[in-house]
Design a protein around this ligand. Structure first.
Ligand SMILES: [Zn+2]
Length: 424
């Protein structure tokens, strides 16, 4: 028989509404550095105001609150025994310029609401619940992303305190200005064993859940990525006098290559995406056959194997195109990121929580975008829940989520915590 304390908790309806309203409140000044919309760079004035507000909400929800050595805000709700390892729930509080109100912030505010729901009924677990608002995920101020989760997870290689923001202020100076002790930065690192798992809820930032009519989805992995810079060199010539059969048109070759990228991307599994996002044409005149072209290829998939197979096929076909057209081809791999699988057991629990709440099988999908969970996976098992956003729009003031979907996410996360207690 299941004891009363093992029953999943029911969250009263106003909670989802409160989460939504809180994200909206934080969407403008004084929580933004931009009077016109939302821009919340790491360690800025809006960031400080936001941390103060979040700390107050965490405290109201029954948590003790601290700002760690790299400027993350962390709330802690003790378990049955004090000082137990924690289940960490979070996302990021910084935003891009002209950002949306839910990217990152929704995951933080949902975490607070999950704790508030349990605190309201005095429910405690064999583990503590901690909620973290990561300071920098977007690279919102300095030329590097995920600075704060990298510090927490202890994967700080290549992370330089002398890097400067757009105004020439160094990270070291910004941290000191914020009141943080530079010598103590590594104190933000979480010791192995202190955290059992990391759970992140985030808007999908894509259109799949909306297209399929689902409020939430479970992330199986964060995509592997390759980005290439491709150059094609032919021969520029007079558009009026150069006979068609004698041309070495670099843009016509590139057009064929771009079609190949799309065709191979479409033919693969659903988690494969391939994009040409940038194209430069020289000399770029209406009356000149293009002699030089540069374009980028971005290939992502849920596993390294799928990405590598697709990238290999694309590059092989592009070599054939170049050879056939007598084009000099250059290919440089500029960005190489391995896939981060979410923990299989936690993913199963999250799927079960979605079934419990929605009554339908969970949609499992790959995240094409990077998240703090990707970094935290170096430290602990991770799980991610995606929430439908309108038209898949993100990094845009038009970013929108429905209160009903937030409610589903909230119930799913609270159910997940109960399942985690039973099965871990
Ligand atoms: Zn985000």
């Amino acid at each position: 028989m299941v004891g009363l304390d093992m029953q999943p908790i029911t969250v009263p309806p106003p909670s989802g509404q409160r989460v939504h309203a809180r994200c909206d409140l934080l969407g403008h000044a004084p929580y933004s550095d931009d009077a016109q919309g939302l821009f919340r760079p790491y360690l800025g004035a809006g960031y400080r105001a936001t941390l103060d507000r979040i700390a107050a909400w965490m405290s109201d929800a029954g948590m003790s609150v601290r700002v760690d050595a790299i400027g993350n805000v962390v709330g802690r709700y003790e378990g049955i025994a004090p000082d137990a390892p924690s289940l960490l729930i979070g996302s990021h509080v910084d935003s891009v310029r002209h950002g949306g109100r839910y990217d990152g912030m929704l995951g933080v505010i949902l975490g607070i609401e999950v704790v508030a729901a349990f605190a309201r009924v005095g429910r405690r677990f064999p583990f503590a619940l901690e909620v973290i608002g990561f300071g920098d995920e977007e690279g919102s101020r300095f030329p590097a992303a995920m600075l704060t989760s990298r510090t927490v997870a202890g994967v700080r290689e290549g992370f330089d305190l002398s890097m400067v923001d757009g105004d020439g202020i160094s990270l070291a100076a910004a941290l000191a200005e914020f009141g943080l002790d530079l010598a103590a930065i590594d104190d933000a690192r979480i010791a192995p064993g202190r955290v059992l798992a990391y759970v992140e809820a985030h808007i999908e930032q894509g259109p799949v859940l909306e297209a399929e009519g689902r409020a939430v989805g479970v992330v199986s992995a964060i995509a592997a990525q390759h980005r290439y810079r491709v150059t094609m060199q032919g021969m520029a010539g007079h558009a009026g006098t150069m006979a068609m059969h004698l041309r070495r048109d670099a843009l016509a070759a590139a057009a064929e290559a771009i079609g190949t990228v799309e065709r191979i991307g479409r033919a693969g599994p659903a988690d494969l995406v391939a994009t040409v996002g940038r194209l430069e044409v020289l000399p770029g005149a209406a009356n000149v056959v293009p002699g030089d072209v540069m374009f980028t290829i971005d290939v992502r998939a849920g596993t390294n194997a799928v990405r590598d197979a697709a990238a290999g096929e694309i590059l092989s076909e592009i070599r054939d195109i170049a050879a056939r057209r007598d084009i000099v081809l250059g290919v440089a791999l500029q960005h190489d990121l391995d896939a981060t699988p979410c923990d299989a057991h936690l993913t199963e629990l999250m799927e079960q929580a979605v079934v419990d709440v929605t009554g339908a099988p969970a949609r499992v999908l790959v995240s094409g975008a990077g998240h703090d969970a990707m970094v935290m996976a170096h430290l602990v098992p991770v799980s991610m829940l995606f929430i439908r956003c309108e038209k898949g729009i993100s990094h845009n003031p038009a970013e929108a989520v429905s209160t009903a979907d937030v409610e589903v996410a909230l119930r799913t996360l609270t159910d997940f915590v109960c399942l985690f207690e039973r099965r871990c």
